[in-house]
Design a protein around this ligand. Sequence first.
Ligand code: F3S
Length: 754
Amino acid sequence: MAFDIDMIREVYANMAKRVDMARDIVGKPLTLSEKILYSHLWEGNPTKKFERGKDYVDFAPDRIACQDATAQMALLQFMQAGKQKVAVPTTVHCDHLIQAKSGAAADLISANSTSAEVFDFLESVSNKYGIGFWRPGAGIIHQVVLENYAFPGGMMIGTDSHTVNAGGLGMVAIGVGGADAVDVMAGMAWELKFPKLIGVKLTGNISGWTSAKDVILKVAGILTVKGGTGAIVEYFGEGAKNLSCTGKGTICNMGAEVGATTSTFGYDDSMERYLRATDRSDIADAANEVRKHLTADPEVYANPEAYFDEIIEINLDELRPHLNGPFTPDLATPVGQLGAKARENGWPIQVDWGLIGSCTNSSYEDLTRAASIAQQAVDKKIKPKSDFGINPGSEQIRFTAERDGLLQIFENLGATIFTNACGPCIGQWDRSDLKGDEKNTIVHSFNRNFSKRADGNPNTHAFVGSPEMVAAIAISGRLDFDPMNDTLLNEDGQEVKLEEPKGIELPPQGFDVEDAGYLAPTEDGSSVEVKVSPTSERLQLLSPFVPIKPEELQGVKLLIKAFGKCTTDHISMAGPWLRFRGHLDNIANNTLIGAVNAFNKKTNFVKNQLTGEYGGVPDTQRAYKAKGIKTIVVGDHNYGEGSSREHAAMQPRHLGVAVVLVKSFARIHETNLKKQGMLGLTFKNENDYDLIQEDDTFNFVDIADFAPNKPLTIEVVHADGSKDTIIALHTYNDAQIGWFNEGSALNVIQRENA
Ligand code: F3S
């Protein structure tokens, strides 16, 4: 479901009107981020000023993108909404479930066989509900979105953290959980806390070995992995204009690594060139007509301190190439200083692999710059010391790069060309050279380098760099190699030096592709059958959740009192469980297995009050469910922090947990609990957490009067018959109480659509 130009013109017409209104309301010139946010309000025209970092605001995104791992549960939920079609243009991209092993051809055949039922399901649901479907091998979601769907001034959400990549084409693009995407697909608003704004002023020009990637590697070093939380990072300045559009995409992509809500750039000539090169001249023409709205007001960039909450300035003339890592993307070290640091810390100097690609760095420009280094190795007779792997970002990129001889250059160095997919970036890498958990070093042009991320080995030290730096380091085979100053010994025993990389921004002969891998949905999907086998281990159609009745909230048993940190990973672990993302009952077998039981400090070891025996959390919970007994989970501060995955709420709900009572919530998880028709409550008095004992039973004495702003009273009955009364606070509004009363937000949508 591609954008038609009329839709974009409508967005721009709204923008022209709403930006002026917003400027009047806010009372001062606007940043680009504010222009996009205020022109995408759910209510339409702006009527009031929102306070950054405080107000929750309903937005109306222009489109949605989902990747195959997260799309499964999102689409299973959407199927319950009772809609004929998605309300907002949506695409599904099969990129996460393809393992890199021997090379694109064989790996794709293997993925198509092992994940056939998941791909078939996604394809059939997409076809039925008007969703564009990108087949396995078509490319990585964010590269495909940049090439086909992103447009300046637009707003999109996607069920993947690196949705933010589309900021490179001037969007506000934000990664969300599946439940949020389902709301928007079903025609509801999408809520976001109005972000704070960080301005990054780029002066000077990048040149030589320095690339766009080094801008974000530097920013990550400054902001750290949490520094962008709750903020949009807006880049501006002459240096920004001089970056290519895909370079901007790289910078925005890794905004996820500083925790930013998203990042963006104002519309400029580089974006216009990219739009025209990707066959979207109509969008470029439309954008040119509203050019002044697609960047901040001139006063903002002239005096940024007055308009942003924080300002960072980077002089690109002085910026040096960086390698960030290991184990965290914000540990930034200029190339040249890494050897000493590695020796100090015991990081292996020898580099075993250089990996180029991912959604972060697989543009034509990236490949040409890296290939210009690879070609020198051939020309100068330098035998590469590390293995090379390449993941092109899309079939369009791959096809064009093959046509232009770029892939052959890498193959001449013995590189393996993997599928146009995530592969090693998401741990989908069958790495044959590893014998066990041995300590080793790899360099890659991806975004994340947390422990185990690429190959599952906790002792793989992964460093993030630009594709050309990855190529140079991989050729040298050494982490302490500095291509700007060091020489390499070639096969003739001569000392040779690598020249600066040379890139080509856009293919001189244009992009080309034979089969991009896109399947447009049928116009009328009513007769399309969705394929889910009842015996499937990986997919399960959902049944609507049954409302929790007030009488069921008497005699509620404690399932677990979680001690300390309890993130969404503790509640619904990832790793091997990923394969069950589309099967609620199977993935529910990991529910809370990572949470620490406050009474014995063990994980997955809780008391079954019915038998007195101890067992795993899911098994114990299933025993309560079998007897029709509802349960409660008690937790500490910031319960449910981490990802926005809705499984962390759906799984306990599926197993019969009715209430989560904690000292405080991570807000997205709290909302997810509400959406699934559960009670998410907080202690009025935090110390009441200490009153909860292992054999407690809970009576929600005034649940029949559940109302906004009215605390709930809970009678806690201990094993010896003594009682405590606890006051629990909640943040449910009328609509959310409706979700609780009807069993879930989706049940409400379905009723409204009936
Ligand atoms: Fe895929 Fe890695 Fe990007 S997992 S979407 S290539 S961050």
